[in-house]
Design a protein around this ligand. Structure first.
Ligand code: AMP
Ligand code: MN
Ligand code: MN
Ligand code: MN
Length: 287
């Protein structure tokens, strides 16, 4: 018999990547907001997993290990969430390390581009927010630009400077799709396409993404996420059924000040989908 979770939240970020709360604060917040099964999915990094697991236990939450891997596909950046893997797996650790390696040089290039656009000092400014040059991200640049008075909130920074085609955007090569999937599955986990509606893919490219993801051994897709509009839930519920993928649910919470969707606040998955946690029953760390 499957254990059903009415409130699973399998996507969020801590200070270890580009969130503003610690793993312990996130666990407490998740529990207070009714989450029953939780995962911390920092970008390209799993060093927070031991803390998240301990905090989950402390707060009475069932837990799945997690990460969100940056990958490149058809000239676009896409994100692959990994759930329920062995967080000590050497190939996974090595793969994640190889992607993080590119972040500092990219950030230097972003800072040069922003300087040309009249914004000095952004590398140092973003690094203050990130703490670690290996994990410096556009979110940290966005926080610096708000702090320095260039924009009124981080969403405005992305609209004016950091999205593709804008002055502070620097193209980057992340992991290959197949590598990202295999790092996760090779460590015993399930790979999930994160927030598919957020990518600027043509219909053909999107089909190719799902098809290739499945071919590489991917098994899930986020259907209900804070990064989707409610109208997009049905679209990706259909895609999940068409491709035989399990469905995931996660807020993509980053910060009480910045995020529109809080932990545990999403609606349930649409019916007639296999929840991704049914594939991961043996990997759940029970509170
Ligand atoms: P990076 O991995 O450095 O490219 O940064 C990507 C992060 O920036 C994502 O994980 C989000 O947290 C944030 N982000 C990307 N696009 C937007 C946007 N349009 N508005 C707000 N945050 C965004
Ligand atoms: Mn992020
Ligand atoms: Mn993402
Ligand atoms: Mn995310």
């Amino acid at each position: 018999m499957h254990k059903t979770y009415l409130n699973a939240d399998l996507h969020c970020h801590s200070v270890i990547s580009d969130g503003t709360l610690t793993p312990e604060q996130l666990a407490r917040r998740a529990a207070d907001r009714g989450v029953q099964l939780w995962s911390l999915t920092d970008h390209d990094e799993i060093s927070g997993q031991d803390r998240a697991m301990a905090a989950a236990r402390e707060c009475g939450l069932d837990y799945l290990t997690g990460t969100e891997i940056s990958a490149s596909f058809a000239g676009n950046t896409i994100h692959i969430v990994g759930l329920g893997f062995d967080h000590r797996n050497p190939a996974l650790l090595e793969g994640l390390h190889s992607i993080r390696h590119g972040r500092a040089p990219r950030a230097r290039q972003m800072a040069e581009a922003l300087e040309q656009a009249g914004i000095p000092g952004s590398y140092e400014g973003a690094l203050r927010h990130a703490g670690n040059p290996e994990l410096i991200s556009r979110t940290h640049f966005a926080r610096f630009l708000v702090e320095a008075g260039h924009c009124s909130d981080t969403y405005e920074v992305f609209r004016r400077y950091l999205a593709e085609g804008l002055p502070g955007y620097v193209p980057h090569s992340w992991a290959r799709l197949g590598d990202a999937v295999r790092w996760i599955t090779g460590a015993g986990g399930v790979a999930v396409i994160a927030h598919p509606a957020r990518y600027e893919l043509s219909a053909n490219e999107e089909y190719a993404l799902f098809y290739e993801f499945k071919t590489h051994g991917g098994q899930g897709v986020e259907v209900v996420t804070g990064s989707h509009r409610p109208s997009e839930y049905a679209t990706y519920a259909d895609m999940a059924r068409e491709f035989g993928l399990a469905a995931s649910r996660g807020s993509d919470f980053h910060s009480p000040e910045e995020s529109h969707t809080d932990l545990g606040s999403l609606p349930a998955l649409p019916s007639q989908l296999t929840p991704v946690w049914e594939l991961l029953e043996k990997r759940v760390i029970r509170a």
